[in-house]
Design a protein around this ligand. Structure first.
Ligand code: ZN
Length: 67
């Protein structure tokens, strides 16, 4: 027998790193679940203001579409 303890791998809260609770999986609490939700919603709406990143969006249309 090995020395490894027989523990079931518990998922940890991606927000605070605490062990997740079944009711709120994969989060430890409802608060963290809401935090995560707000995080990715906010991330979707908020445009990161990184200088020089805008140039990538300013691509010239190089497509030849025959009429
Ligand atoms: Zn948490």
């Amino acid at each position: 027998m090995s020395d490894q303890p027989d523990i079931i791998p518990i998922s940890v809260c991606p927000i605070c790193g605490k062990p997740a609770v079944v009711q709120n999986r994969p989060f430890c609490s409802r608060r963290c679940a809401l935090l995560d939700l707000g995080r990715w919603i906010g991330g979707n709406y908020r445009v990161p203001t990184t200088e020089g990143n805008e140039e990538e969006e300013d691509r010239p249309l190089d497509e030849d579409t025959p009429d």
